[in-house]
Design a protein around this ligand. Sequence first.
Ligand code: COA
Length: 626
Amino acid sequence: MLALVARATARPCGLLKQMPLNKITGRFQLHQEALPHLPVPPLQQTLDRYLLALQPIISPEELSHTQQLVAEFRKPGGVGERLQKGLERRAKKTENWLSDWWLKTAYLEYRLPVVVHSSPGVVLPKQDFLDRQGQLRFAAKLIEGILDFKTMIDNETLPVEYMGGKPLCMNQYYQILSSCRIPGPKRDSIVNYAKGKKQSRHITVVHNFQFFELDVYNSDGSPLTADQLFIQLEKIWNTSLQTNKEPIGILTTNHRNSWAKAYNNLLKDKTNKESVRAIEKSICTVCLDAPMPRVSDDIYKSRVAAQMLHGGGSRLNSGNRWFDKTLQFIVAEDGSCGLVYEHAPSEGPPIVALLDHVVEFTKKPETGKSPTVHLPMPKKLRFNITPEIKNDIEKAKQNLNIMVEDLDIKVMVFHQFGKGFPKSEKISPDAFIQLALQLAYYRMYSRACATYESASLRMFRLGRTDTIRSTSVDSLKFVQSMDSPDKSDQEKADLLRRATQAHREYTDMAIRGNAIDRHLLGLKLQAIEDLVSMPELFMDTAYAVAMHFNLSTSQVPAKTDCVMCFGPVVPDGYGVCYNPMEEHINFAISAFNSCADTNAARMAHYLEKALLDMRILLQAAPKSKL
Ligand code: COA
């Protein structure tokens, strides 16, 4: 059955080859049903691996304490076994024992603002237009490309992706268009209008903080052409020449509890409610931004990354967004472009696959003539601002501006080599980059830290991610040896190779559903659900250290020469995202200015040096039998 639907040849995650497929209703469901269920890893295996993962990041005394707690937890007939059985029962009853829990824990119940703390951005290469005409032409073509991709989703003709020869879950693709997050007092929710009678037919366009509903289909159901879209965008532009005094979109940048309160208040007014619903229901948002302040070339990309993540503050483009919207494409008058997306429905790779498609589409010449029908004026979405709403906007502005000031972000294009070099050394490029991050961190802080790298669980039905713990006993041995005069180059190179192999082994274990992080989370949530007292294992300092990810990292590969970026997940940490291309690597590194110990540019500097030193080392010391 799977062979019928999974026709693409094996290719890595994130790379989509577009093939003309005919519409077959139910194709997606058939594919999904043939995917395996996420396993619950064996309890003893996870506990052994947990102790191993702690070794490089905690003291021997702490480790010995945790060993006792683990020994208690794993006893035959003990609490560990009871919780494990609960998880196994859950796995039998559900499509995926983890996905609902993960969605709630990682996203919908997370109360910090989505801006910086959760929503990733993508920086696209600068487009070569310099004025409004160019901006609108490009935006029109981009929208046409989005609609082209949407047709594949609607017709269920999206080619199945593969990783390591295994077909991947395609569900996230069906969640990224026509959806929106809704704030709630304790937990948010997501709405989706991709299917059925209420299927969306419009996008939201924002210009000068003013929102418009733009219908993107002709009456015969065909999508508007780029020429038609251009005309519509011009109409929008010409009716929104003045910046709106009340940037209503700023409300979406707030702490989720405050936003939930403000949302209820906002929607008491019928006009406001209709406007908000129109935004929520739309296919996506297209933000026509004012130009960014001019900066020198060396910091340009870092500034664009900040624009994508937060919009630059209440006086720049932050009011030109609705941050709860799953997908927001950003096109500024000066040619800076990219997107920001709300993370709950999807990981980066499907978003970037869509972007790759759209970017390729924008390069195509116009084909065919546009119908000459008169198109109605796009509808302006109006808001009645009461004093209370105005007050909420002011508070949100203040908080946002603090966040904007606090974000330290550096985009680094590492030009000296790309993934070709580690491959030529028979090393996994991802493992090589992760080891470089370990070395950079160790050189800066003389210690190793808990490190998170996202691993895809999409080999399983409704799979999201698990964690590759890049800090290992082997990585620590390597980074400690690197600057040691007592070790020869050959020994150091052998330690580096061994550490990259260990990283690749962890990756393989993670993508096959056998990593430890989601399993430990599952056991903890099972304890909460069973109302048993929280096992000491989860109250232990070592557990808190293991979950305090000073390095939160992710590879998001793309065909386009772009880079995804996101904020750190702890106050004293770094967020590092990278796109390894064949000849160069794009990195986006973030930190918080409020932390005196972190500095994104400094980390970029150490990372660059680590990558170069590791190349020199491997070239100087030939591969020996490990
Ligand atoms: N020798 C030579 N080549 C090697 C090699 C080796 N030892 N190991 C790997 N390679 C090659 C691979 O074949 C691949 O080749 P390609 O460029 O032709 O495709 C390339 O190097 C990349 O492999 P690698 O660097 O090992 O990474 P990967 O593609 O297997 O990706 C993860 C690893 C962890 C990033 C991936 O499994 C994953 O889970 N991705 C999803 C992450 C995610 O969801 N992020 C978003 C969070 S928002």
